[in-house]
Design a protein. Sequence first.
Length: 178
Amino acid sequence: MIEPTTLARPYARAAFQFAIDNGSVDQWHDALGMLAAVVAEPAVAKVLDDPATTAAQRASTVIAVLGADAPAGVAQFVAVMAENQRLALVGHVAVLFAELKASLDAAAKVTVTSAFDVADMTLEQLSASLSAKLGKTVDMTVEIDSSLIGGAIIRAGDMVVDGSVRGRLHKLATALKS
């Protein structure tokens, strides 16, 4: 049997891409949370599980409960899920959508290790530059390590930029040994 998360993933990705394209990620996040609550409601679940109801009836039931505040495209999304008999997966879709949103919103954790105190203006410029390069907001932590002699080491995830004098001396020593 296929895992519900595996079945829900394409719907979550499609909804997420649609929401990004239309600049409505937060609204879709809220709407999917509401959809998950609606589908989990026993009275609605009874209608959705009834084999006598058509896909259009199931979709209209869910959309009616959701109301007119739903962002553009949600009604079509619900209709597609109803047509494919996947409305029961809305809770999983909402969780996967939330994970995608969190990865989009996440700030990059950056650690700057410097030999000396760094001026605020320099940190602001570095933060702006890293934010543009990484495509995320930057959450910067500054550490002082006098063993670097001079310069700094910048760590952002798996990216490391070693601009320290100690690092340069180490590279020079390695090159001279070769």
